[in-house]
Design a protein around this ligand. Structure first.
Ligand code: NAP
Length: 319
C-alpha cells in the first residue's frame, strides 16, 4: 500500500512514531502535521516526522486521503470540528485515542461522512510524550484495536487495517464499548494503582520517602515509570472511560479487602493460592507476546526530551 497525502493532527509519541514507520517503508507521499505550539512543529520537522507542519487543522487535512487524529482524548472533538472545513469528501479519518466510546461520540457529529471514520487504538506506548519521544518500531509486534461502528464503510476499515499491518502491528476488531471495558482492566486500572502508590509515597514524611527512593528496586521503580505517564492524556482517559473504570475499581477494591483480611487473620493459603494463580497469568501474558523488556532511548533524543527534563530509558507500555 502506498498512500498519497496523510494528515497527522497532533504529532507526538504515537502519531510521530506512525509517521516515522510509514516513511521508513516509503509508504506515504507527503505527511502534513498539525500542532498548536511552534516548538512541537519545529521538533516534528527537525526529526523528519513530516514534510510540512501547520497550526490550522483545516489547512492540515486539505487534500489528504487519510487523516489520523493523535491529540489527547478530550481534544479529539474540538480538533475534528476545526478540521472540517478542509476535509475532502472521500478522506478516511481514524484516531489513536486510548478510549473509544467517548471519542466516537465527540468526533462523529463533526464529520461530513461518518461512515469513513474508523476509530482505532494502538495498544503500544511509553511514558514519554511529544515528537522527540517518537520511534519507528513502536508498533512492531503490538496490537491495534479498531472499533468500527454500525455504518462504518468496510473499505475504510480495510485501509486502516492495512496501514497498521504495514508498520508491524496485529489488528483486532471490537465495539467501542467492549474496547473500553477491556482496557479499563488491562491498562486504565494499572495506571490508577500506580498513580495512587506513587502519590502515597509523595505524601510520606521526608525521612521515609528518601528511604523509599534508596530501596526503590523492590517493585516501586516500575510503578514510578507508569506514574510518569502524561497527566493530560490520563486525566482524559479516566474522565472519558468513567463507568468501565469505576466498575473494575469496585471489583479490585473487593479483592484488596479480601487480601487485607487474609493478612490480618494469617490466612497463608489464600495468599499462596492467589500468588500461584497470578504467576500463571504472567506466563500466559508472555506466551501472548505482550511482555516487553526495556528499550534504549532513541539516540537522537537521548539528551533532551523536549520538556527540559533529564531523560530516562524508554520502556514499552500500553496506553
Ligand atoms: P503526545 O506525545 O503528548 O502528543 C500529543 C499531540 O497533540 C502533540 O502534537 C500536541 O502538540 C497536540 N495537542 C496536545 N493537546 C492538544 C489540544 N488540546 N488540542 C490540539 N492539539 C493538542 O501524545 P501521545 O502520547 O502521542 O498521545 C496521543 C493520543 O494517542 C492520545 O489520544 C492517547 O490517548 C493515545 N495513545 C497514547 C499512548 C501512549 O502511551 N502515550 C498509547 C496509545 C494511544 P501541541 O501541544 O503543540 O498542540
Amino acid at each position: 500500500m502506498r498512500l498519497g497525502r496523510v494528515a497527522m493532527l497532533g504529532i507526538g509519541l504515537v502519531n510521530g512514531s506512525l509517521a516515522l514507520a510509514l516513511r521508513e517503508r516509503d509508504a506515504v507521499g507527503e505527511i502534513v502535521a498539525c500542532a498548536r505550539r511552534q516548538r512541537t512543529r519545529e521538533r516534528a520537522l527537525a526529526r523528519g516526522l513530516c514534510d510540512r507542519a501547520v497550526a490550522d487543522p483545516a489547512e492540515a487535512v486539505r487534500e489528504a486521503e487519510l487523516v489520523v487524529l493523535g491529540v489527547p482524548p478530550a481534544a479529539m472533538g474540538p480538533v475534528a470540528a476545526a478540521m472540517r472545513p478542509g476535509l475532502t469528501a472521500d478522506a478516511v479519518v481514524t484516531d489513536v485515542g486510548s478510549v473509544k466510546a467517548q471519542i466516537v461520540h465527540d468526533v462523529v457529529p463533526h464529520l461530513p461522512q461518518p461512515a469513513l471514520f474508523v476509530p482505532g487504538h494502538p495498544v503500544a506506548g511509553t511514558e514519554h510524550s511529544g515528537p522527540d519521544a517518537a520511534f519507528s518500531t513502536l508498533f512492531e509486534g503490538r496490537r491495534v484495536i479498531l472499533t468500527p461502528i454500525e455504518d462504518t464503510d468496510p473499505d475504510a476499515v480495510r485501509k486502516v487495517r492495512r496501514l497498521w499491518e504495514l508498520v508491524g502491528a496485529q489488528v483486532d476488531l471490537m465495539t467501542p464499548e467492549h474496547h473500553d471495558r477491556v482496557l479499563a482492566i488491562t491498562s486504565h486500572l494499572p495506571h490508577l494503582i500506580a498513580y495512587t502508590i506513587v502519590g502515597t509515597v509523595a505524601d510520606l514524611e521526608r525521612q521515609t520517602q528518601s528511604e523509599v527512593f534508596k530501596y526503590a528496586a523492590g517493585g516501586f521503580t516500575d510503578f514510578t515509570r507508569i506514574a510518569a505517564s502524561d497527566p493530560v492524556m490520563w486525566r482524559d482517559v479516566f474522565l472519558s472511560n468513567r463507568e468501565a473504570v469505576l466498575e473494575m475499581l469496585g471489583r479490585f477494591t473487593e479483592d484488596l479487602v479480601r487480601l487485607q483480611r487474609a493478612i490480618r487473620w494469617g490466612d497463608g493459603d489464600t495468599l499462596f493460592e492467589l500468588f500461584s494463580r497470578t504467576r500463571r497469568i504472567r506466563r500466559a501474558v508472555i506466551r501472548a507476546g505482550q511482555a516487553y523488556d526495556r528499550l534504549p532511548v532513541p539516540p537522537d533524543r537521548a539528551a533532551d526530551n523536549g520538556n527540559g527534563e533529564e531523560d530516562e530509558p524508554t520502556t514499552r507500555a500500553d496506553g
